[in-house]
Write a protein that binds this ligand. Sequence first.
Ligand SMILES: *Cc1c(COP(=O)(O)O)cnc(C)c1O
Length: 429
Amino acid sequence: MEKRPFVTLEQLQEIVKDYPTPFHLYDERGIRENAGRLRKAFAWNKGFKEYFAVKATPNPFILKILKEEGCGTDCSSLTELMMSDACGFCGTEIMFSSNDTPPEEFQLAHDLGAIINLDDFTHIRCLEETLGKLPETICCRYNPGGVFKISNDIMDNPGDAKYGMTTEQLFEAFKVLKAKGVKYFGIHAFLASNTVTNEYYPMLAKVLFEVAVKLQRETGADIRFINLSGGIGIPYSPDQEPNDIMAIGDGVRKVYEEVLVPAGMGDVALFTELGRFMLAPYGCLVTKAIHEKHTHKEYVGVDACAVNLMRPAVYGAYHHITVAGKEDKACDQVYDVVGSLCENCDKFAIDRKLPRIEKGDLLIIHDTGAHGFSMGYNYNGKLKSAELLLKEDGSVDMIRRAETPQDYFATFDFCDVMGKYGEQGERNP
Ligand SMILES: *Cc1c(COP(=O)(O)O)cnc(C)c1O
């Protein structure tokens, strides 16, 4: 499918008058419409709730939009819990799905009334020691091991993943938790990442629903919800067929009616913890071409680099690139599009067919709305960019300012670098 950016050259030319490149830009309308589609796809389930995976796009303005669309948050760390709290998410609107969890994070999750999702059997003891008493409701994360296949395609390798409890441990955990007075239970599993198929969720649902029925029969646990977690992917590349969320919702409903309803479990709520599906297509990284280089290959150098978006450098991930205003020009050039890090993996695209790029052109790197800005880092002393929100009325808000050199030096207590420089990084006389 052709990939068109959600922003035009004319809009970008206005935006760059106020905000220098590079920046991440998010599309409020796209986010809201997509959240609405997800709600609709699971409207058949009375307790359905999406807990947005905060790690994908940890920005309070984005969380607020999602809250208005009925979402909760899925947190994996202390600061994500703090941000959820500050954005007004409370109690069971917060899911705490973490692993290798420090005790103080369990404590804050509990203080906020969040649902705690235990990654391991030994965490029962840790949680009990931390809180003094186990909460009324607990979720356990399941990892059946092996490989996760759809037909003959291996989707992912849960047997190799550090997350979750084995089948045996899961049953034992439910028995122990019940004996210790836990009243309500949930089950969670995340078995494949970035799946671009309508089959993943229904297949995962079948695994979880069947284990839920067995758990209830064997332990008598009152299972209130099943958390299908993240993993619904997006078509990063134009040759991929996008997921059809209505078909996914319908596929899960069929399994629900096949497995849970006959077992008398037709009131179990379904939760999701989607990150990528909720945000990735509704964000892009806008960067300017600042150099061209003709050596053994043709290079275009841009003012963003892997610290702004590390997926291509780390995973070799494909991110589509559009040259703003040249959407309909022939892609008759072949470029490596590179950033300025002293790392040869700092390439947004390799051997990419693109229209001829001139210095000053604005490049739109697609699908950076999730696991984009949030994975950023400060290697080579590079500073993180701003995040901007394109609102439904077409105006633009800055929802996070760009880092300044002061921010970068703020954690040193060694020499007064900023005494020598002004706010904009200009050297004092
Ligand atoms: C990362 C993560 C998610 C979100 O994954 P996506 O691939 O972005 O949908 C959900 N739940 C947990 C526990 C995660 O670690």
